[in-house]
Design a protein around this ligand. Structure first.
Ligand code: TLP
Length: 351
């Protein structure tokens, strides 16, 4: 790669840069002190998000992690267990925050491409006895990041949310990429999130805002969430400059996620034809492509390093697994170039 060329960055959709319309909205944003609830742009973003999900209220938080952890905090009591999928973001990449901040223990269960089964979920609910720590919460992730951007079938969401309701256990959705699921299924986000007590979604992934996530739920829960956010130091001041980008994200960046999904399919199909790489392209449902290396003289770290030298960035998951994520800052041509680079590197590394 020539030094002045920009790499093709498929590490994550978090790398997306704000659009010109976002930058303009940020510059012109009306602001106030949001700790006093006086930032009109934040208020508008929160109302917009609540309306989209057909809920009473929403809260702007700096990150998806904070949104998830605030939800866990307000929905549980110390000493309880939280049922979640073993490859979930909350369990693997939030630094055991649920134990630190909320005093709860994860009870991970195995999913299929990250999707958990209602029966298995039911079996994981702890029996009621004074000497057993009670199940305090269920968390699902849709789309599922480590599951390869997999989408929860609607009937499973319905089965698990009704199970939670019948058992009197609250249920939270890590919907960091729920708009990807909605666009892929051609459904409203509100239809995919019925039955959850709280929903977190990210503005700063495929929707390309520079920062920010939202926690959505009832007015009562969101008022509790505001307190938990403040405890974490997440009370922000003239943050309308960021909320302004979030509003543009919701207005302009949802429908175009289809293009990311098409590019992900193109990428996966190309990968399936490269000797040395293994993927079933029919499993790719949204913008995340996870594949394995086979018969290469390199592990995933070394493979990623070789790609980087040629201007392609990816995210190694384990010693043989690589993740690539499509987003608005890579186009079809970049995908074709990425496939060429991978083909060259594999040809050099095949045993
Ligand atoms: N995911 C990031 C990394 O942390 C792995 C990525 O590149 O995919 N839930 C899900 C499902 C996520 O994928 C992420 C971020 C989060 C929550 C946390 O969001 P942030 O990074 O805003 O705290």
């Amino acid at each position: 790669m020539k030094m002045e060329e920009k790499p093709i960055d498929l590490r994550s959709d978090t790398v997306t840069r704000p659009t010109p319309a976002m930058r303009e909205a940020m510059m012109n944003a009306e602001v106030g002190d949001d700790v006093y609830l006086e930032d009109p742009t934040v208020n508008k973003l929160q109302e917009t998000a609540a309306a989209l999900f057909k809920r009473e209220a929403a809260l702007f938080v700096p990150s998806g992690t904070m949104g998830n952890e605030v939800a866990i905090h307000i929905l549980t009591q110390p000493g309880q267990e939280v049922i979640l999928e073993e490859g979930s973001h909350i369990f693997n990449f939030e630094l055991s925050s649920m134990a630190i901040f909320s005093g709860v223990l994860a009870r991970p269960i195995k999913g299929r491409r990250g999707i958990i089964d209602p029966e298995e979920t039911k079996r994981s609910i702890r029996p009621k006895a004074y000497y057993i720590s009670p199940t305090g919460l269920i968390c699902l992730e849709n789309t599922h990041n480590h599951g390869g951007g997999s989408i929860y079938p609607l009937e499973l969401i319905e089965a698990i949310t009704s199970l939670a309701r019948n058992e009197g256990i609250p249920i939270h959705l890590d919907g960091a990429r729920i708009f990807n699921a909605a666009v892929a299924l051609n459904r409203e986000v509100s239809a995919l999130t019925k039955g959850f007590d709280t929903i977190m979604f990210c503005l700063s992934k495929g929707l390309s805002a520079p920062i920010g996530s939202m926690l959505v739920g009832s007015r009562e829960l969101i008022e509790k969430a505001r307190i938990a956010r403040k405890i974490l130091g997440g009370g922000m001041r003239q943050v309308g400059v960021l909320a302004a980008a979030g509003l543009v994200a919701l207005r302009t960046m949802v429908d175009r996620l289809k293009t990311d999904h098409q590019n992900a399919t193109l990428l996966a199909e190309g990968i399936s034809r490269i000797k040395g790489l293994r993927i079933d392209p029919t499993t790719v449902e949204t913008n995340i492509v996870i594949f394995q290396l086979e018969r290469l003289k390199a592990d995933a770290q070394e493979f990623a390093h070789q790609l980087r030298l040629r201007g392609l960035l990816c995210h190694p998951f384990d010693h043989i697994t690589i993740r690539m994520v499509t987003h608005k800052d890579v186009n079809r041509e970049d995908i074709l170039k990425a496939l060429d680079i991978m083909e060259t590197v594999c040809a050099e590394l095949l045993q």
